[in-house]
Design a binder for this molecule. Structure first.
Ligand code: COA
Length: 192
């Protein structure tokens, strides 16, 4: 697979901008990982999150982008690109089947302001227009209500429950599956 192109500066709105992670973001990413909500819903392993592990993640994410599998980006404040609000990715990219997944998390201080909905809308538009994705998937824990609201505000349709879908810190768990087709993206309307 060809490498995933790096989005230009247009991947931004008035509130959030999406850019590649920088090594100078390590501390802010570590703080995000330390949050219990993040650990509950987004971490699959119980290994302690250390600076070395974050560096490994940055390297792995670079390799994943180079082989066309995944694009991982920092969500930053649109008025201060050094201020990390969270992270997001377009993952499991399958250009042959024109399918991909979208994921996101916010640091606690960045929640409740619509930053995740804005991020998903920007990423979905980019995936449809630049990667020619025809079906974008989003999965989350059945009890992750905040994430489900983000999906619905962006136009995603709930398809059902995938049983024993993934590892979590408490063992295997189900996931709720949502999907979005290009004509369904809601780019305006309430974000928070
Ligand atoms: C999911 C996440 C990105 C959403 O952040 P956000 O966009 O700022 O979400 P908000 O705080 O605006 O909450 C969205 C909605 O969920 C509701 N909500 C938030 N936390 C909730 C909770 N614990 N229980 C029930 N409802 C909750 C809010 O009231 C809001 O409802 P509304 O749309 O009816 O007003 C953020 O909570 C997060 O980073 N969580 C940890 C990591 C994670 O879960 N990532 C997603 C994995 S699929």
């Amino acid at each position: 697979m060809p490498e995933v192109p790096i989005p230009d500066q247009s991947l931004a709105d008035d509130v959030v901008a999406l850019r590649l992670w920088r090594t100078t973001d390590i501390h802010q990413r570590l703080l995000g990982y330390a949050d219990p909500e993040y650990q509950r819903f987004s971490l699959t392993s119980t290994e302690p999150v250390t600076e070395a592990r974050v560096r490994d993640h940055f390297e792995r994410e670079h390799r994943e982008r180079m082989c066309g599998e995944r694009l991982s980006l920092a969500i930053v404040d649109a008025t201060d690109l050094d201020q990390v609000l969270g992270g997001c990715s377009v993952y499991d990219i399958d250009l042959d089947q024109q399918r991909a997944g979208v994921g996101y998390w916010l640091a606690p201080h960045a929640r409740g302001r619509g930053a995740a909905t804005r991020t998903v809308r920007l990423l979905a538009r980019w995936a449809f227009d630049v990667l020619a994705i025809a079906r974008l998937e989003l999965t989350c824990a059945p009890d992750n209500i905040a994430s489900q609201r983000v999906a619905e505000r962006s136009g995603f349709i709930r398809e059902g429950i995938m049983r024993s879908h993934m590892r979590s810190q408490d063992g295997r768990r189900d996931s709720m599956l949502f999907s979005l087709l290009p004509g369904e993206l809601r780019e305006s309307g309430r974000t928070e």
